[in-house]
Design a protein around this ligand. Structure first.
Ligand code: APR
Length: 202
């Protein structure tokens, strides 16, 4: 880092303001970028939620999204998906009082240390992106699914998440922006490190 130009942590995009030093990468015509902040404040068309398979609400980012979005999100979940959602999949609702028009409720794996964890985590992101393509959603923000209550080590989860999104964007130019919104500095740094490595580019 240049000491005369210290890195400024982006707090999420404010419409009309230039983004300063936001780590980002162009994939085809799409953009993949990182921000540190609160996903409930994002103005992307959709935001991702780290839900449980009962879609029953919880703490962490799930609790924050339901609090900020209001009761209509849970009402819609109960009405449309009474059977819940399998691990590695996602369902869509409206965004209630959120700035985002939609919420993608993704169910990541509870970390077990087995190889299937990585496949289920990648699948959760892919499932969200497929919903975006189906619903004409061009811009989406994701939290670090599974890295909280579900205990997925963020150093392992970050490259899997970035790889899954980058691979999808390579063949889906209809999605123009994917932003990972990381809540705490350690998670943000792990994602920065993962984006800086080459594994998702091949
Ligand atoms: N914005 C962005 N990220 C957030 C926010 C927020 N407002 N609040 C928490 N996070 C981050 C956490 O710091 C963590 O890095 O989201 C990441 C995922 O953590 P969890 O919310 O605990 O999600 P997960 O590990 O997938 O566990 C899911 O937790 O709340 C329950 O109902 C949920 O049972 C499910 C489980």
């Amino acid at each position: 880092m240049n000491p005369e130009r210290p890195y400024r942590v982006p707090q999420g995009h404010v419409e009309g303001e230039p983004r300063i030093n936001a780590p980002a990468e162009t994939i085809g015509t799409s953009k993949l970028e990182l921000a540190q902040g609160d996903i409930t404040q994002q103005e992307t068309e959709a935001i991702g939620n780290a839900a449980n398979s009962r879609l029953a609400g919880g703490g962490g980012v799930d609790g924050a999204i339901h609090r900020a979005g209001g009761p209509s999100i849970m009402q819609e979940l109960r009405a449309k998906y009474p059977q819940g959602c399998p691990t590695g999949q996602a369902v869509i609702t409206g965004g209630g009082r959120l700035k985002a028009r939609y919420v993608l409720h993704a169910v990541g794996p509870v970390y077990s240390g087995k190889p299937k964890d990585a496949e289920l985590l990648a699948s959760a992101y892919r499932s969200c992106l497929t919903l975006c393509s189906q619903h004409g959603i061009r811009t989406v923000a994701f939290p670090a699914i599974s890295t909280g209550v579900y205990r997925y080590p963020v150093e392992e989860a970050a490259p899997i998440a970035i790889r899954a999104v980058a691979d999808y964007l390579k063949t889906h130019p209809e999605i123009t922006l994917v932003r990972f919104v990381l809540f705490d500095p350690a998670t943000y740094q792990a994602y920065r490190h993962a984006l800086a490595t080459a594994s998702h580019r091949v």
